[in-house]
Design a protein around this ligand. Structure first.
Ligand code: ADP
Ligand code: MG
Length: 351
């Protein structure tokens, strides 16, 4: 028999490439909200308000009071790989902003309809402009605006039938969005956040700026969580000087929950670190007789060159240099805190 002729290789159209890439950056409504809120934080906002309709599929609106976007930048705002945050690759080593890839807004325009309203300092009016597939749909129109930027993402995944279907059938993404805003609220205590459903008069999360982390946790997660927390810290003490610092609040033996809550920030980035989470769960299970799942808020600060933030487009997982050592130190700190309160409690009940 004849060998079959190989299929012809051709170049994909750019619009196809962009839509595929966009689906990776914006996996579901909550990923769009995360990117938008991080942009607002990068713009030095002190107030960030989120409105969501239909779990984010119909509408996601994020308004901030940050520095806004210059009129001159609007034409390239939503092109792929346009950013005000990174210039050369080496900047990645020291970058303080959440964003740097210049992909989030572009991605949203490939899978949704994006409208931006923005005003910069000292201007009498703002501008409003809509984008599709990376480009402006028409010239920016002057409009009334309050300080900052409002991003409107409509009909997310309108052109990705499979994605839209699975999201419609899955549980509402709204809960995930509320959870995300709670996490940001606990860490960024100098910013006030709110999140509500479109048309609702009450917000489902509403934080006010406060100097106290514990107050922030209390207002977001409730008194019953905050009263059972203790402070935990760890410092690297090797001869090379302090390489990492950890500060956090962790639940004590009175706290009881069915599943773990782990709010983790590394160098002010909201991230996941599965191995650290597991390691802490192990300590709780071994130290507390009545195995309850803990509540953990933890902020870790490392020299920027010890954290690789560029391992995934969503920047959700990061990889750390000397991860095992860091995890071990944190485990020790958590364990000694738990043992202390546990014995104090035992002692207390005996007297
Ligand atoms: P990145 O955040 O990686 O730079 P984005 O696509 O998220 O890429 O945003 C592109 C650029 O748009 C940012 O670098 C920033 O200059 C500007 N921008 C986006 N959102 C805001 C905002 N809320 N306020 C001010 N500028 C913004
Ligand atoms: Mg960004």
């Amino acid at each position: 028999t004849h060998a079959k002729e190989p299929p012809k290789i051709h170049r994909l159209e750019e619009s196809v490439v962009n839509r595929i890439a966009a689906g990776e950056v914006i996996q579901r409504p909550v990923s769009a909200v995360k990117e938008l809120v991080e942009n607002s934080l990068d713009a030095s906002s002190t107030s960030i308000n989120v409105v969501v309709k239909d779990g984010g599929l119909k509408l996601i609106q994020v308004s901030d009071d940050g520095h806004g976007i210059s009129y001159e930048d609007l034409p390239i705002l939503c092109e792929r790989h346009t950013t005000s945050k990174l210039s050369v690759f080496e900047d990645l080593q020291s970058i303080k902003s959440m964003g740097f890839r210049g992909e989030a807004l572009a991605s949203m325009t490939y899978v949704a309809h994006v409208t931006v309203t923005t005003i910069t300092n000292g201007q009498l009016h703002g501008y409003r402009v809509s984008y599709k597939d990376g480009v402006m749909e028409s010239e920016p129109k002057p409009c009334a605006a309050v300080k900052g930027t409002q991003m409107m993402i409509e009909n997310l995944f309108y052109n990705m039938t499979a994605r839209r279907k699975t999201l419609q059938n899955s549980a509402d993404d709204y809960a995930k969005i509320v959870d995300l805003i709670c996490r940001f609220g606990v860490h960024h205590t100098n910013v006030s956040f709110s999140c509500r459903k479109h048309g609702a008069t009450r917000a489902d999360v509403h934080t006010v700026a406060t100097p106290s982390r514990l107050d922030a946790i209390r207002s977001i997660y409730g008194v019953s969580v905050a009263r059972d927390l203790m402070e935990v810290t760890a410092l690297d003490d090797d001869q090379s000087g302090s390489v990492f610092k950890m500060h956090g609040y962790i639940s004590n033996s009175n706290y009881s929950a069915k599943k773990i809550t782990m709010v983790l920030f590394i160098n002010d980035r909201l991230v996941d670190c599965t191995s650290l989470k597991r390691a802490i769960e192990v300590v709780y299970a071994a130290t507390l007789p009545r195995a309850s799942k803990p509540f953990i808020y933890m902020s870790i600060v490392l020299p920027p060159e010890h954290v690789d933030i560029n391992i995934h487009p969503t920047k959700r997982e990061v990889s750390l240099l000397n991860q095992e050592t860091i995890i071990e130190k944190i485990q020790m700190a958590v364990e000694s805190n738990l043992r202390n309160t546990n014995s104090a409690r035992t002692f207390h009940t005996q007297t």
